[in-house]
Design a protein around this ligand. Structure first.
Ligand SMILES: NC(=O)C1=CN([C@@H]2O[C@H](COP(=O)(O)OP(=O)(O)OC[C@H]3O[C@@H](n4cnc5c(N)ncnc54)[C@H](OP(=O)(O)O)[C@@H]3O)[C@@H](O)[C@H]2O)C=CC1
Ligand SMILES: CC(=O)[C@@H](O)[C@H](O)COP(=O)(O)O
Ligand SMILES: [Mn+2]
Length: 400
């Protein structure tokens, strides 16, 4: 029986993780759940269903609503008031970080954005296996995160990085030549810059193959997600950023590949379903039987690969620049992006501005204020994060 703490339980990865667990109660027990507080009804039903001992809520103001939702849910199930025991509640912005340090076998970090950094570090410090969906914490924390982890302590949930881990089992580290990172290309694959000027958030949300949370879906449309994943791959598997190449594979069946020095390429293929990488992350190094359906080899299928249009989708090369600069540069890249995605969502900037303004912000940071890897601290990362957000918002304001 593996005990699980799930951070970000009400989101896309969070709900799919609980879906994996719900039919395997003999293998997993949920001991803690954390959420932001944006969906207390869903959190309440998860609490009743999985009976965690502790629940963390980032917004203290949502606590009363959660308690009301819990009693309403218990009532709906016909339980008497005395039959229902409230779990211990942790409240506030540090609640998920406190929960990450609880006793358990695996912490799944499925929070979105920078808010995942301190929970990631708390999990590693405690010595617990970290099933990492929150790529942002690794990207912005860089060597602070990898340096805090013992070998194998971080297990990737991200589909491409799970694919790398699976393919890497085919050879020794010194036999690896390159990592081939697949990208769906997003909803705007094949379009020119001119054709992207007026696209709307709703169009950007129409991902061709995956149903995901808002930020990662917009990031897939700009290819910022692939930029974050490039840095994530280099950090997780200790390869040079120039040895991670992106190829566009619109079907999202080949989840990534490893090229070895004899010319062999090993790919991991399965229909796009996050329950496979979530399942293997919960049980790593073993596979979780029947986590998802395999490919259907009885019907015709075509898998295509094409080069990335880096002129139209500049985010990957911008990420490579930030990743090579390392230190606080990836934190600024990520923070500016989070602010710019919000601005795009609110209709204050256009789609192309997301990457164009981010490039300005990163360039300014590299010219002044950049803290190098050797001097990196958590405070420096958080300060760079705050600066990146503020500077991006300022430029948005100047353009309004
Ligand atoms: N969705 C996917 O298929 C994939 C996602 N990922 C990565 O996984 C992470 C999660 O993505 P996704 O599930 O799509 O995102 P969602 O937006 O769907 O979910 C985010 C979750 O985080 C919670 N949350 C937000 N802030 C806090 C906080 N301060 N403390 C605790 N919980 C918080 C939200 O709670 P609430 O809304 O209730 O307030 C919600 O449960 C991201 O880093 C993403 O890049 C990686 C690969 C695939
Ligand atoms: C499912 C997953 O891992 C996402 O990160 C996915 O990769 C997004 O697809 P894109 O390739 O469009 O960014
Ligand atoms: Mn991914």
């Amino acid at each position: 029986m593996r005990t699980i703490v799930l951070l970000g339980s009400t989101g896309s990865i969070g709900t799919q993780t609980l879906d994996v667990i719900s039919s395997r109660r003999d293998q997993f027990r949920v001991v803690g759940l954390a959420a932001g507080g944006g969906n207390v009804d869903l959190l309440a039903s998860q609490i009743i269903e999985f009976e965690p001992e502790v629940v963390a809520l980032a917004k203290p103001a949502a606590a009363n609503a959660l308690q009301r939702a819990l009693y309403a849910e218990a009532d709906r199930r016909g339980w008497n008031a005395g039959e229902y025991q409230l779990p211990k509640l942790l409240l506030g912005p540090d609640a998920a970080t406190q929960l990450a340090a609880a006793d358990c076998d695996v912490v799944v970090n499925a929070i979105t954005g920078t808010a995942g950094l301190l929970p990631t570090l708390a999990t590693l410090e405690k010595g617990t296996t970290l099933a990492l969906a929150n790529k942002e914490s690794l990207v912005i924390g860089g060597r602070l995160v990898t340096g805090a982890a013992r070998p194998g302590q971080i297990v990737a949930v991200d589909s491409e990085h799970s694919a790398f881990a699976q393919a890497l089992r085919s050879g020794r580290a010194d036999e690896v030549r390159r990592l081939i990172l697949t990208a769906s290309g997003g909803p705007f694959r094949g379009r020119t810059r001119d054709e992207l000027v007026d696209v709307t958030p709703q169009q950007a949300m129409a991902h061709p193959t995956w149903d995901m949370g808002r930020v990662i879906t917009i990031n897939s449309a700009t290819l910022v997600n692939k930029g974050l994943e490039l840095i994530e791959a280099a950090l997780l598997y200790d390869v040079d950023l120039d040895d991670v190449v992106v190829t566009v594979h619109p079907q999202s069946v080949v989840h990534s590949m490893v090229e070895f020095h004899d010319g062999a390429t090993i790919a991991q293929a399965s229909p796009p379903d996050m329950r496979l990488p979530i399942g293997i992350a919960l049980t790593w190094p073993e596979r979780l039987a029947d986590a998802s359906a395999p490919c259907d080899w009885t019907t015709a299928a075509t898998w295509t690969f094409e080069p990335l249009d880096a002129d139209t989708f500049g985010a990957v090369e911008l990420a490579r620049t930030a990743g090579k600069a390392a230190g606080t540069a990836p934190a600024v890249f990520n923070a500016a992006n989070e602010a710019l995605v919000d601005a795009f969502w609110a209709g204050r900037i256009g789609f192309l501005d997301i990457t164009d303004i981010n490039a300005e912000v990163v360039a300014e940071h590299l010219a002044s204020g950049h803290v190098a890897d050797d001097d990196l601290t958590v405070d420096a990362v958080l300060a760079a994060d705050a600066w990146g957000r503020a500077r991006a918002a300022e430029i948005v304001g100047e353009r309004a």
